[in-house]
Design a protein around this ligand. Structure first.
Ligand SMILES: Nc1ncnc2c1ncn2[C@@H]1O[C@H](COP(=O)(O)OP(=O)(O)OP(=O)(O)O)[C@@H](O)[C@H]1O
Ligand SMILES: [Mg+2]
Length: 412
């Protein structure tokens, strides 16, 4: 009896599905291809991430299988980008980790089966469920970092921070969100450290929102924005006639924040003389208006932020060590964008979405995304936001922001 064979290579037969295999390891790729072809998948192979992205564009496959290591792109970044650009596909790692959520479908089961088969065929493995990947010696890629490093769950789990205002699913951001949830309900002072534009104010607001104070005010005071001579009165208030020009008494920001949260931005810029007064307030909740003998007690939760290394400043004598310790009861660090590039696609998506509220929503081309991936982001998330805004303008009426529309500011 003649069987009606569907040739996988032809790919013309009804029901033929295609998959892109991104894997630098030739022997692993061959085994995977054999299993997949056996299941009538049409297989397209890429030796690296960039090649795989090109294939994704041309082949529009139903699935992508990616190795735990790629020679040209960090796997977390790569899968993050794929997830954003092709949300509908099955994205799996060779070790069987499913990178995109959703129901288990017959299609996915088949892929998992093929991965398992390729594993079973691997030289030296006796049907183990462990990592499929081969040793550096057999990989033909030279050095291959230990695979367990990549085998952490959160990268592709799509869980994110769980905080609406804080986009990101990198391990560092997920951990930061966990810290925020832990500390928010307390009245503990929080010190937020991080480079410019990383999202320190976003973190401060999240702490406030998740606290019992959320219905009360969130007051911001940027210590760098107010002249030194005025900062004390601004913070603590003053009586009438306390100093030249004080024609009326005035409530300070601390007093005004009673019951709520006071966010002291750029705390490193606080004049050293004022630091002592601040310390006293933090230690016993007491404050005095300038020119007043009366001591007031207020209930304010202080969150401070800095882009400077306060500990180093304390060592140099420009910041009080005791205040530093008092502020840093609960220190958190917001990581630089370049150290969590796997968050980039989600952030891009977030900003394109936000910009799409006032004007037609644009998308970003693959080349544009590659350009963003290659940038060092000294201005972090804020810089990304501006680059995309600029890109959207430069793209004009085009629905897509291209690589030529991505322009970075002058080198700092
Ligand atoms: N994880 C994030 N998700 C979404 N938006 C973010 C995130 N991080 C930062 N942003 C956005 O980026 C911009 C800069 O963030 P923010 O003002 O909190 O940074 P910052 O660390 O306080 O910067 P600076 O040190 O310059 O004061 C804001 O528009 C903020 O909404
Ligand atoms: Mg800020």
């Amino acid at each position: 009896m003649a069987t009606n064979t569907i040739t996988a290579a032809g790919g013309q037969a009804a029901g033929a599905r295609s998959v892109v295999l991104a894997c630098a390891d030739v022997s692993l790729r061959e085994r995977l291809r054999a299993s997949l072809v056996g299941l009538r998948w049409q297989v397209r192979e890429a030796a690296g991430g960039a090649e795989a992205i090109e294939l994704m564009e041309t082949a529009r496959p139903e699935a992508l299988v990616v190795d735990c290591w790629l020679p040209d792109l960090e796997v977390g970044e790569f899968t993050g980008m794929i997830r954003m650009m092709y949300p509908g596909i099955d994205l799996l790692r060779v070790d069987g980790v499913v990178e995109v959520g959703g129901a288990r479908s017959p299609r996915r089961n088949e892929l998992l089966h093929a991965l398992r088969e390729a594993q079973d065929d691997a030289p030296g493995t006796a049907g183990s469920v462990a990592m499929v990947t081969s040793s550096p010696a057999s990989s033909g890629v030279g050095t291959r970092p230990p695979l367990m490093r990549e085998a952490r769950a959160p990268a592709g789990s799509g869980l994110g921070t769980g905080l609406a205002e804080m986009v990101g699913a990198s391990t560092a951001m997920v951990e930061l969100a966990r810290m925020i949830r832990l500390v928010a309900p307390k009245s503990t002072t929080v010190l937020i450290e991080g480079e410019t534009g990383t999202g320190k104010e976003v973190v401060a607001k999240a702490v406030h929102r998740l606290s019992a104070r959320s219905a009360k005010s969130f007051t911001v005071l940027n210590c760098a924005a107010i002249p030194e001579s005025l900062l004390e009165a601004e913070l603590f208030g003053h009586t009438r006639g306390a100093f030249t020009g004080a024609v009326q008494s005035r409530t300070g920001r601390i007093e005004a924040a009673h019951g709520g949260t006071l966010f002291l931005d750029e705390i490193g810029e606080m004049p050293i003389a004022l630091q002592a007064k601040m310390l006293r307030f933090l230690e016993c909740g007491e404050l005095q208006r300038v020119g007043d003998n009366e001591v007031m007690r207020v209930d304010v939760r202080v969150i401070a932020a800095t882009h400077q290394e306060l500990e180093r400043k304390a060592g140099e004598g420009t910041f009080r060590l005791d205040l530093y310790h008092r502020l840093a009861v609960f220190p958190v660090e917001v990581p630089a964008l370049r150290d969590r590039m796997e968050d980039l696609p989600a952030l891009v998506e977030h900003f394109l979405e936000a910009m799409g509220r006032d004007s037609p929503r644009k998308r970003l081309s693959v080349e544009g995304m590659m350009k963003l991936m290659g940038h060092g982001w000294p201005g972090n998330v804020r810089e990304l936001m501006h680059v995309l805004e600029r890109g959207a303008i430069l793209a004009g009426d085009e629905p897509e922001i291209g690589a030529q529309d991505i322009r970075f500011g002058r080198k700092r």
